[in-house]
Every structure is written in structure tokens, then in C-alpha cells.
Design a protein around this ligand. Structure first.
Ligand code: DGL
Length: 267
């Protein structure tokens, strides 16, 4: 089926998920929406994130998307289940695929989850993990400073090393051997996290796992587009085109030329 996939996030972070979809599903067209006017979602209530997510889904439907990927961990945690019950096309988030891989990877039975305050407070990663294996100990920790550090471009910096050490010391104390990077931005500081945690800890990137799940879902439902034509990508934001484009150019394998601002409140 030739229709595009809709991907949305609270802002630029979801481009790490878009990047994986581009790599793993090179035949698919994509419409990306980043809610750059209302970011961050990570400190907002369920009610607000649900309202924003519903508006975005309504917008993506006007683009005739055949499936939706909620690239934002916070929106996946707080809004996905409710939206899925009302939607007539497939929708997946990043939380379930990440939780599944964390369970598959652990040998010690101690799994770590890091994410925004709202994602961690929701307890959703813990719920999914315990559903899969009730014997696993889940250690979770909100890391609110990681998002601004990444957006400031401090990917390799002493300050980032310091903050990573402060937040993740608890993961060492509990001897986790599988750590979920449960926020769109965290894969971008993967090297710093790996340096601190050591090579024996497996870092789970939900973006990668989600692209794999999306391929399975599209294949199962007969929606996969594996034609050989160059894919088309469209980008929409709610504010700040220039900042979006410069971040996108640092994350995506292709240059982003055209990004449109839309009034998301009108959807
Ligand atoms: N995209 C968000 C997430 O993955 C991080 C940024 C925000 O707080 O909105 O949870």
C-alpha cells in the first residue's frame, strides 16, 4: 500500500525513531509531525498529553497515513492506549517494543528504565515488563536534564558525563544488565551512557525495536510498501522551522529541505 506512515513526537527527538524507520523500511513514505511549540511533554499531565496527541492524530489522518507511530515515549506512555481504541488504522508506540527487548536481554533479572518524569511516573514500562516476566526487578529513574543537554548539542561533554553519572549511579547499585533508553533523545548520548555503565550492560534503543515491530505489523496486515522508488518524506512542526531543520540535519541520513508550520490547535 502506497500511503505514507505518520510519525509524531513532542518535537525533534522523534527524529531518532524516523531515522530507524528510514533505515529499516526504505520503501515507505513518511509524514513527520514535531510539536515544537508545545514541547516538552515529559513534564506534562496525562490529560494534556492526551489532548495534544489526539489533535496530532487528527492532523495525520488528513494526510491519509496508513499507520501511525507514536515516536514520543511520553505520549506512548500516557496517550497511546486510549487513542488506539478510537482509531481505524494501526498505531504503535515505542514503549512495548522497548520493554520486550529489555526482558529478552536480561540475564541478571534486573532491568533499568530511564525516561522523562511523566513516563517514569506512569509506571507503564514496569507494567509491561512484569506482564512479560513477573520475576524481573525494574529500577526506574527520571532523567529530566538529558533532553536539554542533547538539544544544546552537548553530546560529548564533561557536563553530560557528570549528569549521566549522577542519574545512573543507582543502575550500577542495582546491577542492572539491560537498560532501556526510554526517551527519544537518549540514543543520541548512548556513547556517554555506555562509557559510564560499561560494556556488559545492554542498552536498549526503543526506536530501533519500534521500526522492527512496524515492519512486522505492516507485513502482517498486507500494508508494506517495498517498491524501489525513492521514498518521500514530509515534515510539519508547530513552531521554529529553522531549529527543527538544523537538528534534523544532524540526526537524519538525508537533508531536510521543506518543513511547514501548521496550527495544530485547529485540529
Ligand atoms: N519526546 C519526549 C519523550 O520521548 C522527550 C521530550 C519531551 O519531554 O517532550 O519522552
Amino acid at each position: 500500500m502506497n500511503n505514507p506512515i505518520g510519525v509524531f513526537d513532542s518535537g525533534v527527538g522523534g527524529l531518532t525513531v524516523a531515522r530507524e524507520i528510514m533505515r529499516q523500511l526504505p520503501g515507505e513514505d513518511m509524514v513527520y509531525f514535531g510539536d515544537t511549540a508545545r514541547v516538552p511533554y515529559g513534564s506534562k499531565s496525562k490529560q494534556t498529553v492526551l489532548k495534544y496527541s489526539k489533535q496530532i492524530v487528527r492532523f495525520l489522518k488528513t494526510k491519509n497515513v496508513k499507520a501511525i507511530v507514536v515516536a514520543c515515549n511520553t505520549a506512548s506512555a500516557l496517550a497511546l492506549d486510549e487513542i488506539a481504541t478510537e482509531l481505524d488504522i494501526p498505531i504503535i508506540g515505542v514503549v512495548k517494543p522497548g520493554a520486550k527487548m529489555a526482558v529478552e536481554n536480561t540475564k541478571s533479572g534486573n532491568v533499568g528504565i530511564i525516561g522523562t518524569e511523566s513516563t517514569i511516573k506512569s509506571g507503564i514500562y514496569n507494567d509491561y515488563i512484569r506482564e512479560l516476566n513477573p520475576d524481573i526487578t525494574v529500577v526506574s529513574k527520571a532523567c529530566p536534564l538529558f533532553v536539554p543537554l542533547v538539544e544544546e548539542g552537548l553530546l560529548e561533554d564533561r557536563v553530560t558525563d557528570d549528569i549521566v553519572g549522577r542519574y545512573l549511579q543507582v543502575m550500577k547499585e542495582y546491577k542492572v544488565d539491560s537498560l532501556v533508553l526510554g526517551c527519544t533523545h537518549y540514543p543520541l548520548i548512548r556513547n556517554t551512557i555506555e562509557r559510564f555503565m560499561g560494556k556488559r550492560v545492554t542498552l536498549v534503543n526503543p526506536a530501533f525495536e519500534t521500526a522492527k515491530c512496524l515492519r512486522e505489523l505492516l507485513t502482517e496486515q498486507g500494508l508494506l510498501n517495498d517498491r524501489k522508488k525513492k521514498p518521500e518524506y514530509e515534515y510539519y512542526v508547530s513552531d521554529g522551522v529553522d531549529k527543527f531543520i538544523s537538528f534534523a540535519d544532524s540526526v537524519l541520513p538525508c537533508h531536510v529541505t521543506d518543513t511547514k508550520v501548521i496550527d495544530i490547535e485547529s485540529f
